[in-house]
Design a protein around this ligand. Structure first.
Ligand SMILES: CC(C)(COP(=O)(O)OP(=O)(O)OC[C@H]1O[C@@H](n2cnc3c(N)ncnc32)[C@H](O)[C@@H]1OP(=O)(O)O)[C@@H](O)C(=O)NCCC(=O)NCCS
Length: 161
């Protein structure tokens, strides 16, 4: 299994993750997002097929006072630097086999790399309600400030935890 950067594998895009918005993003929007420096998409290829993909982008997050004071050693700021999981999808035939976790571990790499040159305290995601258990398993908590926005649940992971 290997991770490749889009668009070398455009021809293999036949991922079916059960979410039309994710499929459409992968097939239609992801290259444009990359060219416009909005988000970078990575593909996981197995037997010459895309079995998972994810995209990452920079983000900034605001915390409620009780959230920031409840986070150890966190300087009080208006907002904090973050890396956002823009999209993450696993082909439905490959779900619940650890692939989502592998993708997430790969995302931790760029997050650490950013901290070599700049800073990034949190990883953020707007999760589908049915996927929050996956993110909670990775250590994410729900953001109080954002609540539930447009059917997504805003979540964060503290990289110092
Ligand atoms: C959410 C998603 C990325 C998870 O990928 P995955 O490869 O199935 O996840 P993993 O196998 O690594 O799961 C790790 C753990 O997360 C939890 N988890 C994953 N999917 C879950 C689900 N649907 N319901 C409850 N818990 C879940 C489980 O604790 C699981 O461990 P277990 O299988 O030993 O019980 C994948 O199901 C998916 O693509 N879903 C459709 C699209 C989507 O919702 N994307 C997220 C939007 S940002």
């Amino acid at each position: 299994m290997q991770c490749k950067r889009f668009p070398h594998y455009t021809l293999y895009i036949i991922l079916t993750c059960g979410d039309e918005d994710l499929n459409e993003f992968l097939k239609i929007d992801s290259l444009n997002y990359r060219n416009q420096l909005i988000a970078k998409t990575f593909l996981v290829i197995y037997k010459e097929q895309v079995v998972a993909f994810f995209s990452v982008m920079n983000d900034a997050i605001k915390l409620k006072q009780e959230e920031s004071s409840g986070t150890q050693n966190l300087i009080r700021l208006h907002e904090y630097p973050a890396l956002k999981v823009g999209r993450l999808g696993v082909d439905k035939h490959y779900q619940r086999r650890g692939l989502g976790t592998i993708c997430f571990n790969f995302i931790l790499g760029p997050a650490r790399k950013i901290n070599d040159a700049s800073t990034c305290r949190f990883i953020t995601v707007d999760s589908h309600p049915e996927s929050t258990a996956f993110y909670e398993r990775q250590g994410f908590v729900r953001n109080q400030r954002y609540g539930k926005k447009q059917n997504f649940v805003s979540m964060r992971l503290d990289l110092l935890n």
